[in-house]
Design a binder for this molecule. Structure first.
Ligand code: S3P
Length: 172
């Protein structure tokens, strides 16, 4: 899996460790790290929650599409996507067309529910029946992460272990 200076894009459900694994993997690989949500927030001057509150999920997704085009065009990045990014076919295509390799961080549902149980930051999870919502979204999305990904990595382990697994991929 060698694609020159193509980007490595981490995808997967909220709480699977895209940001913490991505940061560590970037250090190990001596690559620049880019967190897509953070990129969107900096560009908008608003947090993801504020974007959802002011413009709805559709407004966030539009900004996400734009952000994907912008970061996909830059070489050699380790990118932490958002939990919904690769659910859009066009986003997957944009990453692949620029030589990116998509890695699915596959964490068990129970681990995700545990990691997300006190989350106050993610708009989609600010609901009373959070465990059920996570289970439903996870069931809907898991096949799509798998379909978008070039590689799947077991992400049930701590970020430092998963980052080592990512860094070992021969993608450069
Ligand atoms: C989302 C996941 C979030 C963020 C937004 C929507 C999703 O990113 O992009 O709240 O649809 O799963 P993380 O996966 O980094 O939490």
């Amino acid at each position: 899996m060698s694609r020159g200076q193509g980007n490595l894009i981490l995808c997967g459900f909220m709480g699977c460790g895209k940001t913490s694994v991505g940061r560590r993997a970037a250090r190990l690989l001596e690559r620049e790290f880019c967190d897509l949500d953070q990129y969107i927030e900096e560009k908008a001057g608003l947090t993801v929650s504020e974007i959802f509150a002011q413009f709805g999920e559709a407004g966030f997704r539009e900004r996400e599409v734009q952000a994907v085009w912008e970061v996909a065009a830059r070489p050699g990045l380790i990118i932490a996507s958002g939990g919904g990014t690769v659910l859009r076919e066009g986003n997957v295509r944009a990453f692949h067309e620029q030589g990116g390799v998509i890695v699915f961080l596959d964490a068990p549902l129970a681990a995700l529910q545990e990691r997300l149980k006190n989350d106050k930051r993610r708009p989609l999870l600010q609901v009373p029946n959070r465990r059920e919502v996570i289970a439903r979204l996870h069931a809907e999305r898991e096949p799509l992460y798998r379909a978008a990904a070039d590689v799947t990595i077991d992400a049930g382990a701590p970020p430092v272990t998963v980052a080592r697994r990512v860094a070992k991929l021969e993608w450069r």
